[in-house]
Design a protein around this ligand. Structure first.
Ligand code: ADP
Length: 406
């Protein structure tokens, strides 16, 4: 029995010594690390340092990634704000022609609420623009097309740029309606001015030629032709002055010199200036205005010019024996003035057009001028923040109102 125990005890002893040694070794190493960490952190083992470097690297990578993500976020935000605020339309279509992105301007220009996942053709709804997009898809070259949409009274320009990576395309839409309208106005203006100049110039030429051919020595015809020349020259200088006024007012060069004034004083001063002319035309001019109306802050000479223009028109278009009345009254938004006459009246279709430059109801009407007076008046009233309009019944007189806010 003893012969069995002896090796067993030996094995157990060896095991006990081994465990004791392992425990001692482990404790010694832990104590060593603890001492190192406590007393000499600079001499930490290389492996431990490597681990520390790695974790430091991961931390800096994390913060750089976070920084890049936040930069990307703010870039995306900035880009989406720009696209949202852009007045030009932007559409992005994939290679199948499905719209993947549309900014609000594009939705507005193409009059659609939700263009996403619809085809370019469904959104654009114009065969010229669709053709341009097809050309771009086939040739992979930038295409541009301009179209007029008569129903929507719009003039659009579309530029289609191929997307080289995805096979899709970027569609940029510009609304050129305003630019076109301004171009038309400018063209019309030049043609109107040349037309208006041609008539008096032609008659001046004819009159001088007649005088040169002998009428100058004729005691009756000579002075008559000279008188007509003088009238034509007056008309020309009036037109030149009105054009100058109009261009100054339109380009904002005229600054209003405002002062406090009662409506009664404004109407009376204008009436006094036109008194002689109205009497000569056989017309009666009266002012109907409450003295107690509040003061308004206006450019006196400019608004007087408006009233003189309006009274002058009433004189031109009212038969002798007629009546012209100047009125002013208080309204919720300010002071409303009116020049009322018992003249020929204005046809309803011309009531808004008479404020356009060079517009005249009937060019053959006697007394018709350059067609600029009401246009100038409108600009002056609008410069005061007010509005002007006409009411009339053909054959039963006209009233031109203007309202100035207090
Ligand atoms: P004009 O120098 O020809 O009078 P305006 O711009 O002052 O130019 O007026 C434009 C046109 O409006 C006139 O040519 C005339 O046909 C019409 N009109 C303006 N005021 C009156 C009015 N009181 N009665 C009738 N027609 C008027």
């Amino acid at each position: 029995m003893n012969s069995y125990f002896a090796p067993l005890i030996l094995i157990l002893l060896v095991l006990a010594i081994w465990f004791a040694w392992r425990y001692y070794d482990l404790k010694r190493r832990i104590d060593g690390y603890t001492n190192l960490i406590r007393n000499q952190p600079a001499n930490l083992p290389t492996r431990l340092k490597g681990l520390e470097d790695l974790s430091g690297g991961i931390a800096s990578l994390k913060s750089s990634l976070e920084f890049q993500l936040s930069t990307l976020d703010s870039e995306t935000y900035r880009l989406s704000t720009v696209l949202e605020q852009l007045t030009d339309g932007v559409l992005i279509a994939d290679s199948n022609g499905q719209v993947q992105f549309a900014n609000p301007a594009a939705c507005k220009l193409f009059d659609t609420k939700n263009p996403l996942k619809h085809s370019v053709a469904e959104v654009v709804r114009n065969h010229q623009l669709i053709e341009a997009w097809r050309r771009c898809q086939q040739t992979r070259e930038t295409q541009s097309e301009s179209v007029e949409l008569p129903v929507r009274r719009q003039f659009l320009q579309l530029v289609i740029i191929p997307d080289t990576h995805e096979g899709g395309s970027l569609l940029l839409v510009q609304d050129l309606t305003r630019v076109r309208r301004l171009e038309t106005v400018r063209r019309d203006f030049i043609s109107n001015v040349s037309h208006e100049l041609r008539t008096p110039l032609a008659s001046l030429k004819a009159l001088t030629e007649t005088l040169q051919n002998g009428a100058l020595s004729d005691p009756t015809a000579g002075p008559r032709f000279l008188g007509r020349i003088s009238t034509e020259v007056d008309a020309l200088s009036q037109m030149a002055q009105e054009l100058l006024d109009l261009s100054r007012i339109e380009s904002g060069q005229v600054e209003l010199i405002r002062s406090q004034l009662t409506p009664k004083i404004l109407l009376s001063t204008a009436a006094d200036r036109m008194k002689m002319q109205t009497e000569r035309a056989g017309l009666k001019l009266t002012v109907e205005c409450d003295d107690r109306l509040p003061y308004f802050n206006i450019d006196k000479s400019r608004l007087e010019q408006v009233l003189v223009n309006l009274i002058h028109n009433s004189v031109k278009f009212t038969k002798p024996g007629g009546q012209i009345t100047l009125e002013a009254k208080s309204v919720p938004d300010g002071i409303r003035c009116a020049v009322k006459d018992t003249g020929v009246g204005i046809p309803s279709e011309s009531l808004t057009r008479i404020f356009e430059r060079f517009y005249r109801v009937d060019r053959s009407r006697t007394g018709s001028g350059t067609g600029l007076g009401l246009s100038i008046s409108k600009h002056i009233v609008e410069a005061h923040g007010g509005k002007i309009w006409a009411e009339s019944e053909e054959g039963n007189g006209s009233t031109i109102f203007f309202e100035i806010p207090i």
